[in-house]
Ligand binder design. Structure first.
Ligand code: ABU
Length: 500
């Protein structure tokens, strides 16, 4: 019946109920088919096409918009095609990103969220969701090790924005006058992050008018961890130059190497120099849920602020990122504008639950429900088991690669996290001695193999250069569908595609 109708026939149109039900059931069918394909290891991870092909249109799938309404039938075809030409990020062999996987409960949470279409700025619009957020944030402060009354926080649109919040709050704490008077009343402030830290710290400095030149990159050891002595040296140097340090961002789980900065040492230095300590645990935060591995974040309890993205290691659908601040009231003092039309002080309920004036946004998406529902479904122990399994897979992958003479690990030590970085050496490179000429060739290997992988749609894994190291692959485990057999497959696939 759907095929004879148009969107205007759906609810709220009079008598639109049956048609709406039928249309949505068709959509669910499409989604279910896609979900089944996602978990079917024999299906492709993607059906790659170039941007110009999508722009031109493919097999009747046109992205162009028309002045006239399309039929419901056409919309269902469009839904099918949109999924057909996308990437199955829940596929067991999608290993490309820190955020991956398709959690069915999380998906249900996202559907419900979209249906409710609430806005997090006030309790009045999102009563259940704002209270849920309070509960989840409290749980996260407790896991970090902050006292119940110490913490404050928000869910924000991603780790970069959470890091921005950390730095913004750090600056406000030190210089509250910034809010009214701007940067001109401040001394030349500088902040510190390791050379393996996330680029969002520099981005935040640019956005906040601090300037990227005032982000001082601290040297790392061979594992990619910030060297505390270098941090202190950089702080003292900056002071000697007349610069004013105000904040250090330590990384717990770096993007490429998966390194954990020594947080206790960084905290000692921050205390000695009276600096705000922000921990970017966007990637590594989930490890706090593992009793076997949480020691790697020891010292995080001493941070002034923490970024933690449940959409990464915990597998919550994108996006779900928390900024956690160890001082109540600071976020609000820093960002509050008291818009009279939203944040009336004389409402009938406790307006502490109107969280909107703590944010740099106005409207805010509900990112909390899917996390809450997943936590209910798994319990803390379910997340722990899932994360421990990723760590086991990383160890397995490392051990297999170590035995193969055509692969070389970037770090020849058991992985501390789920990142395992490696080069593949095709036979012809084995005879070229180590040095510039071999590096020139090696640099081209990972992009070439990746391009073939995309074209054939068999798997997806990321690569990058890093410092003086030419392009290498980065394997990361955060996809609950990935099994040892997929790991073995990936190794075989790289050998197949990469051989001379
Ligand atoms: N925000 C870092 C995400 C990087 C990655 O997924 O590879």
């Amino acid at each position: 019946v759907v095929y004879l109708f148009f969107p205007l026939d759906l609810l709220p149109s009079k008598d639109g109920q049956d048609l709406t039900e039928s249309f949505l059931l068709h959509v669910v069918d499409i989604l279910l088919h896609y979900i089944q394909k996602t978990f079917d290891v024999k299906s492709k991870v993607l059906d790659f096409h170039h941007p110009h092909q999508l722009l031109e249109g493919l097999d009747g799938f046109s992205l162009e918009l028309s002045d006239h309404p399309e039929s419901l039938e056409q919309l269902l075809v469009d839904c099918t095609d949109t999924l057909k030409y996308g990437v199955k990020t829940g596929h067991p062999r999608f290993l490309n990103q820190l955020s991956s996987g398709l959690d069915v409960i999380g998906l249900a949470g996202e559907w419900l969220t979209a249906t409710a279409n609430a806005n997090m700025f006030t309790y009045e619009i999102a009563p259940v969701f704002t209270v849920m957020e309070t509960i989840l944030l409290k749980k996260m402060y407790e896991i970090i090790g902050w006292g119940e009354t110490e913490g404050d926080g928000l869910f924000s649109p991603g780790g970069s924005i959470s890091n921005l919040y950390g730095i913004l709050t750090a600056r406000y704490k030190q210089y509250p006058e910034i809010k009214r008077k701007g940067m001109t009343v401040l001394p030349g402030i500088v902040l510190f992050v390791s050379e393996q830290g996330h680029y969002s710290v520099k981005k935040a400095a640019a956005i906040l008018g601090i300037g990227t030149d005032n982000v001082i990159e601290v040297k790392c050891d061979e594992r990619g961890k910030m060297i505390p002595a270098e941090l202190e040296k950089n702080i003292l140097q900056a002071k000697r130059k007349g610069q004013t340090p105000f904040c250090v961002t330590a990384t717990a789980g770096s993007t490429v190497l998966g390194a954990f900065d020594p947080l206790q040492d960084v905290a000692d230095i921050c205390e000695r120099h009276n600096l705000w300590m922000h921990v970017d645990a966007a990637w590594g935060g989930g490890l706090l849920l593992s009793r076997n591995h949480s020691y790697k974040l020891s010292g995080i309890e001493r941070a002034n602020s923490v970024t933690w993205n449940p959409h990464k290691l915990m597998g919550v659908p994108l996006q779900c990122s928390a900024i956690l601040i160890r001082e109540k009231g600071l976020l609000e003092a820093c960002n509050q504008m008291q818009a009279g039309y939203l944040f009336q002080p004389d409402k009938l309920y406790n307006v502490d639950f109107d969280t909107g004036d703590k944010t740099i946004q106005c409207g805010r998406h509900v990112d909390i429900f899917k996390l809450w529902l997943m936590w209910k479904a798994k319990g803390t122990s379910g997340f722990e088991a899932q994360i421990n399994r990723y760590m086991e897979l990383a160890k397995y992958f490392y051990k297999v690669l170590k035995k193969k003479d055509n692969f070389k690990l970037v770090l020849d030590a058991e992985p501390e996290f789920t990142n395992v970085c490696f080069w593949y050496f095709p036979p012809r490179l084995k005879h070229i001695p180590k040095g510039f000429e071999r590096d020139q060739e090696l640099q081209k290997i990972a992009p070439k193999i990746k391009a073939q992988m995309l074209e054939e749609g068999t798997a997806m894994i990321s690569y990058q250069p890093c410092g003086d190291k030419v392009n290498f692959f980065r394997m990361v485990f955060s996809n609950p569908a990935t099994r040892q057999t997929d790991v073995d497959y990936l190794i075989d696939e790289i050998e197949r595609l990469g051989k001379d």
